[in-house]
Design a protein around this ligand. Structure first.
Ligand SMILES: [Zn+2]
Length: 272
């Protein structure tokens, strides 16, 4: 699942390709928007809010001249690619959910988990529920901490994934942050000794990775060396050699795989 830094990079790539450009064609390949045509409209910009992508488009005068916000979400498998006109797509054509064309670029959204179009004045309804955005211009550490600690009995792992507390962390960074902070993923967030440090590490982890195509928390960019614990179950901990463990954690129906080193991240005695 794409994390906030991946979404940030996608927004930047779309913005570079489309901002200020007139759409020559649009193709919405989702049933609820199949008849929408924004050709003639002008793309103002694309930005990310947590894991949400917002593309602002002013429709052309001949399509009513309205101001729209196109909302897309990568969810599990989605990605945005930017091509030259006529260039072969790197993902299967049937996976395309949305195509935005200008005279010089073709932006294709593949396997998007969400595509919706709302009048600009309702943009806030799309992302207003999110907590402070770790990569946003209005990042607010104190507000993120306040939201995280409002449910002190919830596990660190689940708390970090809650986009209404702070926006941008997915399952990979949640696991890696627990490791680099020496916290068992099931430890209640209210019992974390220095939650501000945890949140600062989260921001730093995303900031470092937003600039590069390959994500790494270890600093090592080689394949298989990039993560401390994520998807490394049964393999030796990089610090102590203990086999990494994995378990499904979280509320019923929304469990996520969590990875940890039982030596570096010991379970508190009162956690069974
Ligand atoms: Zn270890």
């Amino acid at each position: 699942m794409p994390e906030g830094d991946t979404v940030y990079r996608a927004a930047r790539a779309l913005d570079r390709a489309l901002a200020g450009q007139v759409l020559t064609a649009t193709d919405f390949r989702v049933p609820q928007l199949a008849t929408v045509d924004l050709a003639g409209g002008t793309v103002l910009r694309t930005l990310s809010r947590g894991k949400h992508l917002l593309t602002r488009i002013d429709a052309g005068a001949d399509t009513g001249g309205r101001s729209w916000t196109l909302h897309t979400h990568l969810k599990m498998e989605g990605s945005w690619h930017v091509y030259q006109p006529g260039q072969k797509w790197r993902r299967p054509v049937p996976d395309a959910r949305l195509v935005l064309s200008t005279a010089e670029r073709v932006a294709v959204g593949f396997s998007l988990g969400l595509v919706e179009l709302v009048p600009r004045q309702h943009e806030h309804d799309l992302v207003g529920h999110l907590g402070p955005d770790l990569l946003g211009p209005d990042w607010d550490e104190e507000e993120a901490l306040r939201r995280l600690l409002a449910t002190p009995d919830r596990s660190v792992h689940e708390s970090l994934l809650d986009q209404t507390c702070l926006a941008g962390i997915g399952n990979m960074y949640a696991a890696e942050l627990c490791f680099t902070s020496g916290l068992h993923p099931r430890l209640p967030i209210g019992r974390v000794g220095n939650p501000a440090r945890l949140v600062r590490r989260a921001k730093q982890m995303l900031e470092v990775n937003k600039e590069r195509a390959v994500q790494s928390t270890t600093g090592d960019l080689r394949e298989r060396e990039r993560m401390w614990v994520y998807r490394r179950d049964k393999r030796p901990c990089r610090r102590c050699g203990t086999p990494i463990e994995v378990a499904m954690l979280g509320p019923a129906g929304r469990e996520r795989a969590s990875y940890w080193c039982p030596s570096c991240q010991p379970a508190p005695a009162d956690l069974d």
